[in-house]
Design a protein around this ligand. Structure first.
Ligand SMILES: *[C@@H]1O[C@H](CO)[C@@H](O)[C@H](O)[C@H]1NC(C)=O
Ligand SMILES: *[C@@H]1O[C@H](CO)[C@@H](O)[C@H](O)[C@H]1NC(C)=O
Ligand SMILES: *[C@@H]1O[C@H](CO)[C@@H](O)[C@H](O)[C@H]1NC(C)=O
Ligand SMILES: *[C@@H]1O[C@H](CO)[C@@H](O)[C@H](O)[C@H]1NC(C)=O
Length: 382
């Protein structure tokens, strides 16, 4: 049942590729060729090697049992007993197939230089590899530190002459003004030999300071570990920080490397380093810090912020800030007093008028009785 089902599935796929592409045809042809070749008693071209080359002209077809011979390529040499030939086997492969009997030519052997080492970093003197030269401590290398073994024609040769190691020597270190160094009578210094500088004494209150490294040593050939120091009078200005104070390193005068520390007053913060030292140029290093004011929150009217601030018990500010309030209250009180006064005066006048009015009534009545030309009777006259 399996056999019929397979062809039934196959035709639709083949219909899709009714016209095979040229690459498909190519693959088919190659497969055919392979089939034919494996089917026949033949070997293909013998293998190529890095170190060996075929003797004679290679053929495209070799019969089983046929032998091909190789020889070492230029720059390689043969080491017995391994074979430099191979046979076309019955299974259509070449055997033996290896180029191990051919070795690269080697560069001349190099000895370690005196007081140094020549290191075969790749473990071989063969061309294409390198050798590294180095010297023992106290010696320096003259020549190329790396030599390459290179193939020149058929010969393997080093790219540079062998390096040598020479003893590290230093001339006497520099003389300095107003100072001296130890071992001043020595003409030649060896590796790591050191001298120490000191400054001459001077009369007076000031003295020279050794500015820079006081000890130098012969670090490499003709090179001291650093520049010579200087002998200088170093006096830094008295350290004063506005709105701050010095908290350590108190002295009458501040000479080289004197170190002081600062602190800012309350309400001021430190801008810069709290610790500074007197540098070789008679300036404080790093530069003197400053104590700027701690900024208050900058709202339009700092009434509530000053109350809600960290120090609400500040004695000066609240009266100043409350002043407008007192003024307004005073004004209101004055206005109130004035108003009361006006009302009182008004009432008084009103009462007075009323009294007057009654008196006049009495007068008029009196007048009315006495004079016929009184006020009220007047009207009645018309
Ligand atoms: C071919 O035969 C040789 C011995 O005749 C054998 O060493 C080799 O492994 C075989 N090669 C393959 C690819 O089977
Ligand atoms: C030889 O050794 C050096 C150092 O390890 C390495 O840099 C270099 O690539 C090696 N050369 C070869 C050809 O392997
Ligand atoms: C802090 O110090 C630096 C350098 O001294 C200065 O440029 C800067 O203006 C200072 N800042 C304040 C807020 O004072
Ligand atoms: C001292 O001043 C010199 C010359 O102005 C300058 O080259 C040097 O860097 C300064 N040294 C220090 C430690 O500031």
């Amino acid at each position: 049942m399996k056999a019929p089902s397979a062809p039934r599935r196959a035709p639709p796929r083949r219909l899709e590729r009714r016209f095979p592409s040229p690459t498909f045809l190519g693959i088919l042809l190659v497969a055919l060729a392979l089939l034919l070749s494996t089917g026949s008693d033949a070997c293909e071209e013998p293998p190529e090697f890095e170190a060996m080359e075929l003797i004679g002209i290679p053929k495209t077809y070799y019969e089983v049992g046929e032998e091909v011979n190789y020889r070492c390529k230029k720059g390689y040499f043969y080491v017995p007993p391994l074979a430099t030939y191979t046979f076309c086997e019955k299974n259509h492969s070449w055997f033996p197939v290896t180029d191990t009997p051919c070795f690269r030519n080697t560069c001349p052997y190099v000895k370690d230089p005196a007081n140094g080492q020549a290191l075969l970093v790749n473990g071989t003197l063969a061309w294409g590899f390198q050798i590294h030269y180095s010297c023992q401590p106290g010696y320096y290398l003259i020549g190329e530190p790396v030599a390459h073994c290179e193939l020149k024609g058929e010969e393997a040769l080093w790219s540079s002459k062998p390096a040598i190691c020479e003893r590290i020597l230093c001339p006497p270190p520099p003389k300095i003004e107003n100072g001296r160094h130890t071992f001043s009578d020595v003409e030649v210094f060896h590796y790591l030999e050191a001298v120490t500088y000191s400054c001459d004494p001077i009369p007076g209150p000031d003295e020279y300071s050794v500015v820079g490294e006081s000890t130098l040593y012969c670090a490499s050939h003709q090179k001291w570990s650093s520049d010579a120091p200087e002998c200088k009078v170093v006096k830094c200005p008295f350290p004063v920080v506005t709105n701050g104070k010095q908290i350590s390193g108190f002295a009458k005068k501040y000479s080289y490397k004197a170190t002081v520390m600062f602190e800012c007053d309350k309400g001021f913060y430190l801008n810069g380093s709290d610790t500074i030292f007197c540098g070789g140029n008679s300036t404080w290093e790093p530069s003197m810090p400053t104590c700027p004011k701690v900024p208050t929150p900058s709202t339009a009217k700092p009434l509530s912020p000053s109350v809600s601030g960290p120090k609400p018990t500040h004695p000066k500010k609240p009266p100043v800030s409350n002043y407008p309030d007192a003024w307004v209250i005073a004004l209101i009180v004055i206005i109130a007093i004035l108003a009361v006064a006006v009302i009182v005066v008004g009432l008084y006048r009103l009462l007075q008028r009323k009294k007057k009015g009654k008196l006049q009534c009495h007068k008029y009545s009196h007048v009315m009785l006495e004079h016929p030309h009184g006020g009220l009777p007047h009207k009645g006259e018309y």
